[in-house]
Design a protein around this ligand. Structure first.
Ligand code: 13P
Length: 281
């Protein structure tokens, strides 16, 4: 098993009616924990980093860590650049060997989102990487710095976007939001069903933190093939470090390092079970 293209993972997921988890990473420890969970469950997995997080985890460092971990893994691993905002960083990710990139033009008018996505698709062709884009607007923001309002994906827009760009994967907005939801998430499965009936490309659900197991299962049933999880992994890592600290009077750096990997492992393991990608490698 190895570093693979996300196209292979998501087409298999669509056929097999399960979803592959895409987990946002921060450092070597989170990568180690995530890969171990996928290996223990014999599940494909996607590792990713969002452009908004590069101040904490520079792409030149976290990129090779994720890619080498993928190459050395016993399961299939795709490495994705999440919420790419600038062509400059997207090119860097492609040059480093990421097997897919997301271009987030969701704040732009549809035509501009289409034009930008086409440019990214041209770039990605150079090394055979696949491309994800977003139509409609997922709420919140991936680093919590903005409170973006949700705008459902319109079927007409999704159809036009896919016809014009032939993008590989489409992230949809069905009431989902990044970060911690202020109330109960309220996903509109009718919107999802209508899109998945018409659009053949694998669909992506962002904003996984806070969504119930039941709603994850329904999302998969109605056509989602990739689910993004970030905040709950980072919270699980912090909780694991706090617990280790509270339970140990002689804590040293390596206890903290291991606790981070355990925190990532726990959250990734739990979600792989719910997404039903266990034993799909
Ligand atoms: P959460 O932080 O809500 O899990 O969202 C993750 C995400 O969608 C990253 O693109």
């Amino acid at each position: 098993m190895a570093l693979v293209n996300m196209k292979k993972l998501l087409h298999d997921a669509k056929q097999g009616e399960y979803a592959v988890g895409a987990f946002n990473m921060a450092n070597m420890e989170t990568v180690m924990g995530a890969i171990k969970a996928a290996e223990d469950l014999n599940s494909p997995i996607i590792l990713q980093i969002a452009e908004a997080r590069l101040n904490y985890s520079p792409i030149e460092l976290i990129g090779p860590i994720m890619i080498e971990a993928a190459k050395n893994s016993r399961v299939d691993v795709a490495v994705n650049f999440d919420h790419g905002l600038t062509l400059e960083n997207i090119k860097k990710a492609l040059d480093l060997g990421f097997t897919s990139v997301m271009i987030d033009g969701s704040k732009l008018p549809l035509e501009e989102n289409i034009d930008l996505t086409k440019k990214v698709i041209e770039e990605a062709k150079r090394n055979g990487a696949s491309v994800e884009a977003e139509v409609g607007r997922v709420g919140g923001s991936e680093d919590g710095s903005e409170n973006i309002n949700i705008a459902y994906t319109e079927l007409e827009d999704a159809r036009k976007f896919v016809d014009d760009t032939d993008v590989n994967f489409l992230a949809v907005a069905i009431g989902n939001a990044h970060g911690v939801y202020s109330g109960e998430p309220n996903l509109n499965f009718e919107v999802l069903k209508n899109i998945s009936k018409e659009i053949e490309k694998p669909l992506v659900l962002h904003g996984g933190t806070g969504i119930s197991e039941e709603d994850f299962r329904k999302s998969v049933k109605y056509g989602i093939s990739k689910i993004n999880i970030a905040t709950s992994t980072f919270n699980s890592v912090s909780d694991s470090v706090k617990e280790t600290y509270n339970n140990n009077n002689n804590i040293n750096y390596f206890d903290i390092s291991s606790a981070q990997a355990v925190g990532a492992y726990n959250n990734v393991y739990k979600h792989i079970k719910v997404f039903q990608s266990e034993n799909k490698c």
